[in-house]
Write a protein that binds this ligand. Structure first.
Ligand SMILES: Cc1cc2nc3c(=O)[nH]c(=O)nc-3n(C[C@H](O)[C@H](O)[C@H](O)COP(=O)(O)O)c2cc1C
Ligand SMILES: [Fe+2]
Ligand SMILES: [Fe+2]
Length: 382
């Protein structure tokens, strides 16, 4: 129970191996859905069909014999929308509520009779009784059709993927860490659109945020809004340096670890480090956005850079990586090409400063490499 009239009818998914077929979710994920019980009843989104049976059971219990009037569709991505057909089949009188972009997308996924639809636009309202929903368009706060809904009665924002988090609801874990990893990997590219939504939200009195993943937020709303402000503006959240490395035979790894030692000795408040091949790519991406300074260390490979580093840089580019200071360490035994390749990929990103010197290690890390690592560290911390 979220408020007297708003019930949680979502589900936890601990069986999923990878979210979106790519992100590790060691503590699972929740697909949230809510129902507003009033004179009219509105269901707020559905869940992934992976957990459809459990969801329909939760819905039936919440309805206590009544019939739902509306199904509000905030987002057509299948982790929330793939049970729409099941809801319509069970409650054929239900009216689907979406915007002009929702229904064409609905047809891509379902063969549904869409005669009972209500198309809403920015600022439209839907009165359920005591509760009245106001619809606010949030295009590209993950997908183009995304909208959020505000219930002025209980002062609740149904925020779609916004303010979501990896991790099922029966696991107690830090919000920031898994919400940040979720944000940058899922919504990260669309900072500007998130900023636009934050501006609209600033005009509302919000006491409760009901996202489509992760916990319902109440006491921490100020805190999460502050985090979203930083994240969506590509600001620096934590002082420190993130070192992302790849290494075939351990020599570049030695250089990366030496670099960490040097940075710490020079007073860097925090140095995070990750082996891109063995660690979680989504977490490395999160750390790249968390800190303002990053070191990329990788061996040359087939006249380019070791593929896992290229993959990492592709991830960064796809999520609109920007406004960061980057230092480079390359390795190579006949014609080092890693730094040039990494620089080329960084050129495609906005407001990236590459510090000098670029460090080139040839094979094993040697005493003679230390001065250039020291200089690079100083330039990075300057
Ligand atoms: C498949 C493969 C391709 C490579 N391509 C290059 C290259 O194009 N240019 C180069 O200088 N070294 C190349 N190397 C050599 C590595 O960059 C070199 O061994 C480096 O010291 C590896 O660092 P590590 O110990 O961190 O893996 C290649 C090595 C492998 C296994
Ligand atoms: Fe989504
Ligand atoms: Fe989602």
């Amino acid at each position: 129970m979220i408020t007297e009239d708003i019930r949680y009818i979502g589900v936890n998914d601990h069986d999923i191996d990878l979210f979106e077929g790519q992100h590790q979710v060691p503590n699972g994920i929740s697909y949230n859905s809510y129902v507003i019980m009033d004179e009219k009843i509105a269901i707020m989104d559905t869940v992934d069909k992976r957990k459809q049976t459990e969801f329909l059971g939760n819905l039936e219990t919440a309805l206590a014999g009544r019939t739902p009037d509306y199904l509000v569709i905030s987002h057509m991505e299948p982790d929330h929308a793939s049970s729409i057909q099941a809801v319509v089949e069970r409650y054929p009188e239900i009216t689907l509520v979406g915007n002009a972009k929702t229904f064409p997308m609905l047809k891509l996924y379902f063969d549904l009779d869409t005669s009972r639809v209500l198309t809403v636009k920015e600022g439209d309202t839907l009165k359920l009784g005591r509760h009245e929903l106001t619809f606010i368009m949030a295009p590209m706060v993950h997908w183009p059709e995304v909208m959020v809904s505000y219930d002025s009665c209980d002062k609740v924002l149904f925020s779609a993927d916004g303010f979501g988090k990896f991790g099922a609801l029966d696991v107690d874990e830090d919000w920031d860490c898994e919400a940040r990893r979720y944000y940058f990997n899922i919504v990260g590219k669309y900072g500007m659109q998130v900023q636009a939504l934050l501006k609209k939200a600033a005009g509302l009195e919000i006491q409760i945020i009901c996202p489509l993943h992760g916990p319902v937020l109440k006491e921490t709303i100020g805190h999460v809004l502050e985090k979203y402000q930083i994240w969506s503006s590509y600001g620096v959240e934590s002082e420190g340096v993130f070192i992302a490395y790849a290494s075939l035979h351990g020599n570049t790894e030695d250089a990366a670890k030496k670099c960490k030692e040097i940075l710490e000795k020079k007073g860097c408040p925090k140095v995070a480090i990750a082996d891109l091949a063995r660690g979680d790519m989504a977490e490395a991406l999160e750390d790249a956005f968390r800190y303002g300074k990053i070191v990329l260390a990788a061996p040359s490979y087939d006249a380019g850079v070791m593929p896992v580093m290229a993959d990492f840089l592709h991830h960064l580019q796809s999520k609109n990586y920007q406004k960061r200071t980057v230092a480079l360490i390359e390795n190579g035994s006949w014609a080092p090409s890693a730094a040039r390749t990494m620089k080329g990929m960084l050129d495609a990103m906005k407001e990236i400063t590459v510090v000098e010197p670029v460090v080139t290690v040839r094979g094993a890390l040697k005493e003679s490499d230390i001065p250039s690592l020291e200089q690079m560290a100083e330039a990075l911390l300057a």
